[in-house]
Design a protein around this ligand. Structure first.
Ligand SMILES: [Zn+2]
Length: 487
């Protein structure tokens, strides 16, 4: 989360809900001198004749003799000076004499002047063509790649400014447009059933993509069977034409649901980490990994820190005609020793008392008497009949595959697959699972949850679980060779 010329990753520490960065790591390579007093109550950082002094457990800092108020206190801990991320620009810009920017959305602390082109994306439809225009504030290298299911545009710039984007289109030519981010700054455009060919035209700061539809008459014949020959023949030489269809066995769209958001922060760790932030971080990584690893489309029910009602989350997945719904959470327990991952699918009966309590804290379906389906209210029964009921077997299979992979990386064999009446899963008209990645209430697991490395491990496991689930379904359903099935 730090940048100058080369990107470096610095893990934040969260104290009282505030993200803090260790000053010595942030300032590595900047040529500053740091000297703390003997008791560790203050630290003087000097550079080029300028000085900044920070004080342990104080929100005041001295910057070149002037007092500045920070967003929260600096902390001296185990030999490290932690400063609130948000206040770093106020501290470091006058010290270093160059621009220091905290970009919360992309989680980057930018030191120095880095050109960050802005890219605007517009979509328009006329007749049988969908036009998508990427307009940059300065010339950038656009790289367009195409395979069976999607077109990606990557822009190889270290930093790019573009608003979060996730757009769903109707009409069957282009299904979706979204910004996936990552180092390559990838925009992904999901192709619809009517898509026939892509024409691009490029100027230095502008890329025009015209997606043309197959005439409706011709579309009638090959609609059902995506014959491998026909549409691909049109594809330009885009490098590897991945056999995405066989790899994912017909899996097209996954909706990922980052639990909680906005005022509704979810569970809190002893160090102040909020569940809503962890779930969003993991969900974003999972989206990128599913799109890049399995060639599917993936969407988030929320891509910002915003509150979304539980029922709307499943409705979102239904609207997007998702093939899978994965809700991400972090667990909390009154017992501070509780640890490990759990994967849930829906049931009106809870596996055990702990699962029942968890479902209530995450938003449970109200079942009068708590005795299961027979005692359920009419409303609950109707919902049950409508949506998730017919997918329970598949949901259970998906939960199993994901938990097996998670157990490999988290070492939590003991916990496993469970059932509970999670409201967020009820309305989902597709296989749906809820992941409790780890216990945020456990101080050790809280540290793991905020670490990028651990989040990536979890994401990798979920992707492998989804891939194995899908291969299994494909081989059962189609009888066709599932292929080598690289997970
Ligand atoms: Zn939760």
């Amino acid at each position: 989360m730090l940048y100058e010329r080369d990107r470096r990753e610095v893990l934040p520490a969260v104290r009282n809900g505030v993200e803090m960065l260790p000053l010595n790591q942030v300032l590595t390579g900047q040529g500053v001198t740091m000297s703390a007093d003997a008791r560790g109550s203050s630290l003087v950082i000097s550079y080029g004749g300028r000085e900044v002094t920070v004080y342990d457990r104080k929100s005041l800092a001295s910057v070149g003799g002037d007092l500045r108020l920070l967003s929260s206190p600096v902390l001296f801990e185990e030999g490290r000076w932690l400063a609130p991320v948000e206040s770093l620009p106020r501290l470091l810009q006058p010290l270093l004499g160059k621009r220091v920017d905290w970009r919360a959305a992309s989680r980057l602390l930018v030191i120095g002047d880095v050109a960050a082109p802005r890219v605007a994306v517009t979509t328009s439809v006329s007749g049988d063509t969908v036009r998508i225009v990427l307009e940059a504030s300065e010339p950038v290298p656009f790289k367009v790649q195409q395979d069976e299911k999607r077109v990606t545009v990557s822009i190889a710039r270290e930093l790019l400014e573009t608003p979060p984007r996730q757009e769903r289109l109707t009409g069957g030519i282009v299904d979706s447009v979204q910004f996936l981010g990552g180092r390559e700054n990838v925009f992904a455009i999901g192709l619809g059933r009517r898509f026939q060919q892509l024409k691009t035209s490029e100027e230095p700061a502008r890329l025009v993509l015209d997606f043309q539809a197959r005439p409706l008459t011709a579309a009638a014949t090959p609609a059902g069977t995506p014959s491998p020959g026909a549409p691909v023949a049109q594809a330009p030489p885009a490098g590897r034409v991945a056999p995405a269809e066989t790899r994912t066995g017909g899996l097209r769209t996954v909706v990922i649901d980052p639990g909680h958001g906005g005022e509704e922060v979810g569970a809190m760790g002893p160090g102040g980490t909020m569940e809503k932030d962890i779930t969003l971080g993991i969900a974003r990584k999972l989206r990128g990994a599913l799109v890049n690893g399995l060639g599917v489309q993936a969407f988030l029910t929320r891509d910002r820190d915003v509150e979304v009602p539980l029922d709307e989350r499943a409705a979102f997945a239904n609207n997007y005609k998702a093939d899978l719904f994965i809700s991400i959470h972090a667990n909390a327990s009154r017992s501070h020793g509780a640890k490990g991952s759990e994967v849930y699918f829906l049931s009106y009966q809870s596996t055990d008392e702990e699962s029942r309590r968890l479902a209530i804290s995450e938003g449970a379906v109200e079942v009068s008497g708590g005795a299961g389906v027979a005692a359920g209210s009419d409303l609950a029964l109707i919902l049950w009949d409508m949506a998730q009921a017919e997918h329970l077997e598949a949901s259970s299979a998906l939960a199993t595959r994901i938990q097996e992979e998670l157990a490999e990386v988290t070492g939590s064999q003991g916990r496993g697959i469970k059932q509970a009446p999670f409201r967020v899963l009820v309305g989902a008209a597709m296989p749906a699972v809820l992941l409790e990645v780890a216990f945020i209430s456990n101080a050790d697991e809280e540290k793991l949850l905020v670490s990028e490395a651990y989040q990536n491990k979890v994401v990798g496991a979920v992707v492998r679980g989804v891939a194995r689930y899908q291969q299994q379904r494909a081989s059962v359903a189609g009888g066709t060779t599932a292929g080598p099935g690289r997970p």
